[in-house]
Design a protein around this ligand. Sequence first.
Ligand code: ATP
Length: 369
Amino acid sequence: FAPWDDPNEEPLIQFKGVTKRFGDFTAIDDLTLDIYAKEFFALLGPSGCGKTTMMRMLAGFETITEGKILLSGQDMAPVPPNKRAVNMMFQSYALFPHLSVWENIAFGLKREGKPKDEIEARVDEMLRLTRLKKFEKRKPHQISGGQRQRVALARSLAKAPKLLLLDEPLGALDKKLREETQFELMDIQESTGTTFVIVTHDQEEAMTVASRVAVMDEGRLVQVDTPDRIYEAPNSVYVADFIGDVNIVDGRAEPEGEQIKLHWAEGQPPITGTPSQPLTGAERVHFAIRPEKVAIAKERPEGRNNVLEGEVIDIGYLGNISTYHVRLANGQIFKAQTANTRRLANRGITWEDKVYLSFTDTAGVLLER
Ligand code: ATP
């Protein structure tokens, strides 16, 4: 049982009908969400959708207009930020430039008046956890960006919060370091058992690190699910389009036994699909299929249901994969992606070739919104 599927598990965090308005602008709209202890939970969405506002309300830096936030069952409204078992790590890290790495990590513990030997033991543990022991005497300007990021993390974990909020924690790192650091973050999260809530607008990052992802749009949750379900079973065109690459066609649905025939363009054969969840009977539906689920060949595949004919107009070679942009007779561009497992990466397909795209009945999803 994952905690979110276990009816006996009490959530660590509960948003209950939370609304946040700034003047007459609604930044968060009647939002209800449970997050469980030890989760690595990601808030994902475009700029301005309300991710940071949710974090600030959790940390207590922002009041709530309507609704409640509970932490371990307790209403947080009367609890000031410094009395919550919550810490927030900012993108800027906000390290003290004149203090050493060691002193930066010890800062919060000292301010709490913890005994000296307890502080030393705790800082030492944090230095080991974040592999910073040999940099302990350096000042922030004498270490690299990735190391500064780890100091900020060590400092936010030093007081052993139940919950750590990370707002774009890897935003300042370059792509390679960012990817390495994602795995470090996962290791640290697991070994400390702290609940992490991360804000990111990088969908790959959310998918890599998170146990569950909440996809947001204009102050609302669109889907909250595990990364694989978000990718394989998006609940809407918005989610399908936001996460990864996708082909989408709109059409008229005609039920045929267990299946749907989708009539989508003049002169194109209907697409046959099997709905992953029952459709409620809307006539207009969308069909979404990932490029890697679409096969491409120069010969027409025999005995297949869904075969589309087109012309290659672009090929993107990425080493491990190639993406083919294919223009169909009705003008729509369809993408097909192949894994380049063989040495001959492009399978003899080149620009302006006439090709056949095909996919199975269950390769795509049918969506009503
Ligand atoms: P980004 O990815 O760009 O950081 P975000 O999803 O974190 O965006 P928020 O910072 O939560 O977005 O902002 C949500 C909305 O609320 C935005 O439209 C923003 O302009 C608005 N907003 C945030 N803070 C205030 C404020 N203090 N006063 C008025 N409007 C605000």
